[in-house]
Design a protein around this ligand. Sequence first.
Ligand code: CA
Length: 235
Amino acid sequence: MSASLLIVEDEEPLQILLSYNFSAEGYRVRQTAQGEDVARLVQEERPDLIILDWMLPGISGIEVCRMLRAKPETRSIPVIMLTARGEEAEKIRGLATGADDYVVKPFSVPELLARARTVLRRVNPEAVADVLTIGDIMLDRVARRVSRNRRDVNLSPTEFRLLEHLMQTPGRVYARSQLLDAVWGRDIYVDERTVDVHVGRLRKSLQRGREPDPIRTVRGMGYAFDERFGRTGRN
Ligand code: CA
């Protein structure tokens, strides 16, 4: 699991509890107590899932959800709504606004984790798959192992996360700053050139002889896992 999660919740103890548990599951968690922050945070990095409290101090969760659904670029981001209201009519209203699922407070954390997994599996199977396979490269998230053409590839933990992140969305170009956030974490200062060094090592570990390079350098932008990699006749 390496999905990115945005938690929008104003109750601090709940925010801490959720952040702790989702991080422990391997999610990259960002959080805010303000519905007003959501548009900016989503633009900075598109989350794979949003957990959204209904009752927020400023803009309500319903409004935030409506706003997300109104824009083409955020329309498909899955949303799980949290609410204290258990009435059927409210539930229907929440789902009508475009939430993908609806959890009534108080809820159990394992239940919410399970719902999150289900929603993600539906919309983004790659984010929750135990094994990612593209062409002759296989990455096993559970065993933390990578192989190419059935031979083991030894990677440092950083290079493993880097490859995992790129393989999750083949073809998507990540800027160095985005890779730093995703792989090294937002709270650590690392120079952007570090990304180049690790991509270099990753390439070296993955390639033997004349095997094709699975990573594409996009000039002036960053890196992507080559979407053409592994397709017959293209490499
Ligand atoms: Ca609240």
